[in-house]
Design a protein around this ligand. Sequence first.
Ligand code: NAD
Length: 301
Amino acid sequence: MASIKVDLQTLKGVQGKVVIITGAANGIGKTAARLFYDYGASVAIGDLDEQKGNTLAAEFGGRGHFMKTDISGWASQRLLFASTFEKFGSVDYVIANAGMPEKSGFLWEDRFDAAGDLEEPDLKLIDVNVKGTLFTSKLALHYFEKNPKRGSALVVIGSASGYFGGIPIAKYVTSKHALLGLVRSLAILGRERGFRANYIAPWLTSTEFSSEIGEIWGDRPINSQMEVAEAILTACADKTLNGRGLFVAKQIVDTEVPLHQLESQWLGPEVAGIFEMGRAHIQQSFGKDPTHYLETPGYQE
Ligand SMILES: NC(=O)c1ccc[n+]([C@@H]2O[C@H](COP(=O)([O-])OP(=O)(O)OC[C@H]3O[C@@H](n4cnc5c(N)ncnc54)[C@H](O)[C@@H]3O)[C@@H](O)[C@H]2O)c1
């Protein structure tokens, strides 16, 4: 088990940094925004919830910024990033946190139109959780390049559902698996472009998002928002972390290094060997160092 400890001294590293957090008017994002502020960062909030977003930004005074944002809209997110850069002069950390739960319109439910034909499923959740997070990541990489200090960090809020299925919320599970792929793919660019990318996989966490499950949860373990917020700050402040999956279930365990180390058990030695050879070759053909990014330190400022 690769346990990751929250070190309050390390968290102080966020002091003076500029962080953009999507979906920070409520829940995990809001608690993370307050923690970043308490540790001395400037905080830009992008959220659909104008009232709560503005109230939170006002709490942060000159170190706060709010822009009404729908992450599924490119122009909307571009404005969030541009206005943050204009106000604070850099973008150091980006927390792609906004997301939709799947509470209705399940993929396995059939709906029919007036002609009796099967209706196209509503994929708004994919637009928000996947397309919206790809937009956030694209803008993050663009603004990290403008950041002369470098050492920037992208943190993508996935879910335990990014590793496990077994529950019939297919659109949500698909979206969070997709975001794990996003982080695994971007982490390799980190060293040459001066940023790190990490995935946070919270287990059930007490927020509005999970309120319906919360009602039937009883006394089973559930994360506090602060436990996830501390993992988010750790992913930013701990410069050794890149390409990791911080699985948060009352404690933090990294899922990515152990999975990588167990590859030959997981796939069998022959298949693992073939895969490893191919991976290194493809990496080289893109002009990248063939060493696996999980075997090398992340970008160090
Ligand atoms: N709560 C849990 O149990 C849990 C578990 C695993 C992962 N997560 C993930 O954590 C993240 C935050 O969830 P939360 O529990 O804090 O939820 P929440 O409902 O408390 O907050 C979500 C915030 O995102 C905003 N938002 C929603 N759609 C948006 C959009 N299109 N554009 C901009 N903002 C938008 C909402 O207005 C809200 O402020 C989500 O990505 C969620 O998938 C939550």
